[in-house]
Design a protein around this ligand. Structure first.
Ligand SMILES: [Fe+2]
Length: 1120
């Protein structure tokens, strides 16, 4: 018995979860937690950190005291850490520079990078021919390669550099070559004949007389940047060969790829634009780089990160380079600044989420407006770039990031970040056009290989990873193809475990499926679920429930067994140790300490029985939930009788329903109305799952391992003059047998037996409804259908594209939650199969629904309502439709949300596409729409109903449809799962018995104890507890949820266009009004589907919500 495993209330899972969340939020001084609780490190972490610190400090001290004397001799003893670093660096890299390298051969096969320094424009022309054969190839070669270009870069910015200069002298001259010396020395030792040039505080000194056969180094404007050049070239080849050339001829042997990655130097294509024909002067441009902190870091990661910072100097993990919107006439690409390190300690700001660093650029005054920034992450781990703000004089330009920058170790290509201002492809500034195309190419991939976690490749694939062909009970069909059409998913490229059919490996149990890096949950969301929800659900909770209740896989025997789930606790013993991220003996030791004790599970009382424990028994509540429950999207107007099936009569029997005119007329009479009147006044409605389910009924009912029983149901409702929707009659069908049509009709009885039969029939309708809701309306029509839109948006629309920017908030977390669902929810043997009636045929059912009913143009709310006959077209109405039942809460509130989205989208689209022809000529947009139809929804590509995309009106309708699905539609379908389904009898997801008939063995038991017969048909205690855990998890708003009503805050930051900001502000204001209107409706006593004794109001489309299981709130995207 369940109560045998219940103990006194202690720490509840809920408390743990909320505690984990509030720990981060609550930093008030009045908080009552101990200091130790508030300290960011645990005792173990603190001890290890101190140990590492002591070892490191001792090592540093030893290095210091054993350091050789500075060879320069003129340097004072180091007085600070920066002096020490400087001395160490100079000793290591510069002192030994002395080289002679005559190079006559045109190409010696050396692939090392070359640095070409300008020839002297003032040189004597007569001498040129004489020296060309020598000087063209004269080179300076370092004795050894630089090992750490970042060190050098940092050196140039160190205060100590102000005391030093780089001296260059000719050591030896001759026609066979020259040798030079390069040495650092104190500026105070400058000689009278020295000429010194400074560049960004770095001084280079050389005797004025130095003139290498007419090539004057010190007078060349290019020369001061030599150290910088060395630095950049080293990053490519790790060996530098500097060629001093007198000839005005480019010698650039870099391939195109390298050219894009680094500054290219040649005499004809100088390092900087201002080195060309005339020197225009320079200006300083500041960059503020915001890096997002990691909220949770494993101890090993934290220590490694700190060590890396210490070794590389704080903040020196990133190089950034500005790219101008203007074209550099020499390269044909945008002008580029130098790659510049992000420097210094993070600035102290009142921003708990971000660290701030700065960088300074010196660019020519005519550099132009920066349009893109190239970012290279030199650290060994990824960095989350929040944004970069460029301050150019009085101009402030925002470069939104919100993106993970991979380590250069993982991929040598840097990232391109565009400025925030959206622009159509045809308006792209010339200087960044090439980068716009390059960035898009980089996310498309080549359709090959196993995707790595750091990648951001978006590609398509079929659902071939749900089953495992190697295990007999886990074989599942591939979804996506002519037999089983389905929307495409994001390709992950894992190895195949079978070639025929080609099924992808599912990896290890805890291995997550690939999603592009920026699609992954952020720390707060991940942390929320790691603490207690998704992680618990997928890895701990369900197995723990199974372990705790393994001997209790028995039916509920009385209703009080169910009630106990909300009053008492279930003891959960961890089935496996929690992973601390530490391996080996040490990890096992820590794991052992952390994995002590038990956790307890307790459920909240679901909203549907909170105020009225018996509401679920009533017919009007059954009808109300068809209009205002968690699945209000299948009810339709009944237009004629008898109802006809579209299934093949040879297989599925007579097409006419057993719900005849006679049966319905008799029931309608109870309301004082004839059947004709009821039709005329549009009072008859239908919930029809017959055709969708009947093809699966036999297969489902034959399941042996995990038995469940079902029918294909049809329910006819009557909408009374009092405003209540009541079920009139239910038809439950089994596939026909030779002597029986197997169509059973039930009506509300007036005696005890028919009364209980009616209850069982309603339970079977609910079971049908729960399966279709989860697999079709929730998973297929929101989650799965949205995935191709997201993939296409990333592959075909630049991050600069206005449509990308509009859709971006509505794509958040969807790929990740879908990947997690493929891993643990909808997979073969997963939670959905085990808890819902269709069992192993769940996804086949979903595919059949996609094949038979899904069409893009009917997914918008008004079109869907008209298709179902629940609304009529009416141009005088705001959304162009008039509801047949005014008190249809989902539709009435949904239309308010739909209208607000439509208004926003129309204004936005008109703003960016003022020219009517610009839609057709926007090649990115056209490619996006083509790909959605022809790749993302490949199996439907030839359908005639796909909307055209030629006008602003077309685009507005398409985008409104998508945003509605991601926000309002998903919220209405998703967040009521626990409030309505958390009480198993109200909405059984699975039934284990058919309704007994007089000759059945079960009938006697039914007559003797109908309550037990009802309860024993429901899911077992174990199954019910599992499904409650799933529904509660899927109904949860995480702490970092982003809501539609806050879109203005979300979007305002990325638009510097006041007009666009106004659209978002207006949208938020509209939603505030919507909220008020819904609250008002929920208090209107005339609206019987919203108000009544003990009845919960309809809140699923209220825009706002706190986090948790609230049964309200519209997030921007499908995030759970
Ligand atoms: Fe969902």
């Amino acid at each position: 018995m369940l109560h045998s495993v219940m103990v006194q209330t202690r720490n509840l899972i809920r408390d743990e979860v909320l505690g984990a969340i509030s720990d981060d939020d609550d930093d008030s001084p009045s908080g009552k937690r101990s200091k130790l609780d508030r300290f960011p490190l645990s005792r173990w972490e603190l001890a290890v950190s101190l140990g590492v610190f002591l070892v490191f400090s001792s090592s540093l001290f030893c290095i210091y005291i054993t350091m050789p004397a500075a060879k320069s001799g003129k340097l004072k003893l180091p007085r600070s850490i920066s002096d020490l670093r400087l001395l160490n660096f100079i000793s290591g890299n510069f002192i030994y520079w002395s080289m002679v390298r005559p190079t006559y051969d045109e190409d010696d096969g050396d692939e090392d990078a070359e640095i070409i320094v300008n020839g002297d424009e003032e040189s004597d022309e007569e001498e040129e021919d004489d020296v060309d054969h020598v000087m063209d190839k004269m080179s300076i070669t370092p004795k050894h390669s630089f090992m750490n270009e970042m060190e050098r870069d940092r050196l140039l910015e160190m205060p100590s550099v102000s005391r030093l200069c780089l001296r260059i002298d000719v050591k030896q001259e001759g026609c066979s070559g020259m040798s030079y010396t390069m040495e650092f020395e104190n500026k105070s030792n400058a000689r009278p004949d020295d000429s010194t040039i400074e560049y960004q505080g770095f001084a280079i000194a050389s005797p004025v007389k130095t003139n290498f056969y007419g090539v004057s180094l010190v007078r060349s404007p290019a020369f001061p940047v030599l150290p910088r050049r060395l630095q950049h070239r080293v990053s490519l080849s790790r060996q530098v060969r500097a060629v001093i050339s007198r000839e005005e001829k480019a010698v650039d042997q870099e391939d195109e790829k390298s050219k894009n990655r680094s500054v290219v130097y040649s005499s004809s294509s100088p390092a900087f634009p201002w080195q060309r024909s005339k020197y225009t002067g320079t200006k300083t441009v500041m960059a503020v780089v915001k890096i997002r902190k990691k909220m949770r870091e494993k101890l090993t990661e934290r220590l490694g990160h700190q060590f890396e910072l210490l070794m590389k100097a704080v903040g020196q993990g990133m190089l950034i380079q500005l790219v101008s919107e203007d074209i550099d006439p020499e390269t044909g690409s945008g002008r580029r600044s130098l790659e510049t390190p992000v420097l210094g300690l993070p600035k102290a700001r009142n921003d708990p989420r971000n660290l701030e660093f700065t960088a300074t650029f010196t660019v020519p005054t005519d550099f132009g407006k920066p349009g893109a920034i190239l970012v290279t992450n030199l650290l060994s781990s990824e960095i989350c770039l929040s944004e970069i703000i460029i301050r150019d004089g009085s101009d402030t330009i925002l470069f939104p990031g919100n993106t993970w920058i991979h380590s250069r170790n993982d991929n040598p290509d840097g990232r391109i970040i565009f400025r925030s201002q959206p622009c159509l492809p045809s308006h792209t500034p010339a200087g960044i056009k090439e980068l716009r195309e390059k960035d898009l190419r980089s996310v498309r991939g080549n359709g090959k290989g196993d995707r790595k976690p750091h990648e951001r490749i978006y590609d398509y694939d079929v659902y071939n990873d749900l089953g495992d062909p190697r295990k007999k009970d886990r074989v599942r069909p591939i979804l996506g193809g002519p037999e089983m059409p389905y929307p495409r998913r994001c390709r992950s490229g894992r190895p195949l475990v079978s070639k025929n059919p080609p099924c992808e490996s599912r990896g290890k149990d805890k291995e997550e499926f690939y999603v592009p890096r920026d699609e992954e949950f952020e720390d707060i969301k991940r942390d929320t679920f790691t603490a207690g929800r998704l992680k618990a659900l997928f890895h701990n909770l369900v197995p723990s429930i199974a372990a705790a209740l393994s001997n209790l896989d028995i039916p509920f025997t009385c209703f009080s067994d169910i009630d106990k789930l909300y009053k008492c606790d279930i003891v959960l013993r961890p089935t496996e140790p929690k992973d601390t991220g530490l391996g080996g003996f040490f990890g096992s030791f820590v794991d052992g300490i952390l994995n002590v004790g038990e956790t307890l599970l307790k459920y909240d009382t679901p909203a549907v029985i909170k105020s009225d424990r018996f509401a679920w028994l009533r017919d009007n509540e059954f009808g109300r939930q068809a209009l205002a429950g968690v699945n209000p999207v299948n009810i339709e107007l009944l237009k004629e009788l008898p109802i006809r099936s579209k299934l093949d009569p040879a297989v599925y029997g007579p097409q006419e329903s057993a719900l005849t005119e006679e049966v319905i007329a008799k029931e309608v009479q109870h309301y004082g109305m004839t059947l004709e009147q009821a039709f005329e006044e549009k009072r008859l409605f239908l919930l029809d799952y017959h055709d969708m389910l009947l093809p699966f009924v036999d297969k489902i009912n034959s399941l042996k391992d995990d038995p469940r029983k079902t029918y294909a149901s049809r329910t006819i409702f009557f909408y009374s003059k009092a405003g209540a929707l009541r079920p009139l009659a239910i038809e439950l069908s089994l596939p026909p047998t030779p002597d029986n049509d197997n169509k059973f009709v039930y009506v509300h009885g007036h005696d005890a037996t028919t009364h209980w039969m009616w209850k069982l029939a309603k339970a079977h309708v609910c079971s049908n409804d729960a399966g279709v809701h989860q697999l079709v309306n929730h998973w297929l029509r929101t989650h799965a259908s949205m995935e191709p839109y997201i993939i296409a948006t990333n592959r075909q629309l630049s991050t600069m594209h206005p449509v990308y920017k509009l859709l971006h908030p509505h794509m958040r977390y969807t790929l990740e939650i879908n990947a997690r669902a493929r891993k643990s929810l909808i997979n073969g043997g997963g939670i959905i199969e085990s808890c819902f009636t269709p069992g192993k045929y769940s996804m086949e059912l979903s595919s059949a629904a996609y094949k038979n009913m899904w069409r893009f143009d009917m997914e918008g709310l008004p079109a869907d309502l008209v298709r179902r006959g629940m609304a009529e077209e009416d141009a005088s109405e705001e959304c162009g439709v008039k509801l047949v039942i005014e008190d249809y809460p989902y539709a009435a509130d949904g239309l308010l949300i739909w209208k607000a989205i439509k208004n926003l989208v129309e204004s936005y689209v008109k703003h960016f596409y003022s020219d009517p022809k610009s839609i057709a000529s926007d090649f990115e947009l056209q490619a996006w729409w083509d790909e959605i139809k022809n790749k993302g929804h490949y199996d439907k590509k030839d359908e005639p109903w796909w909307p055209k995309l030629n006008t602003t009106q077309d685009l507005s309708e398409i985008l409104t449809n998508m945003i509605w699905i991601a926000s309002g539609q998903h919220a209405a379908i998703n967040f009521g799962q626990y409030p309505f389904g958390g009480y198993v009898p109200n909405r059984p997801t699975l039934l284990r018995k058919l309704i007994p008939h007089e000759n059945d063995p079960e009938y006697e038991m039914f007559m003797r104890n109908p309550q037990y017969s009802f309860l024993s048909s429901l899911a077992t205690q174990l199954q019910a507890t599992k499904v409650m855990a799933v529904q509660e998890t899927l109904s949860t708003h995480s702490a970092d949820e982003e809501y539609l009503i806050d879109l203005k805050e979300n979007q305002r930051r990325w638009f510097q266009d006041e007009e666009v900001v106004k659209y978002f502000s207006k949208f938020s204001e509209e939603l505030e009004e919507v909220e008020k209107k819904i609250n008002k409706r929920n208090k209107d006593k005339k609206l019987k589907n919203r108000t009544g004794a003990g009845m919960p109001p309809y809140e699923l489309l209220l825009p706002t919500s706190p986090h948790g299981v609230t049964g309200r709130g519209i997030p921007n995207s499908i995030s759970i």
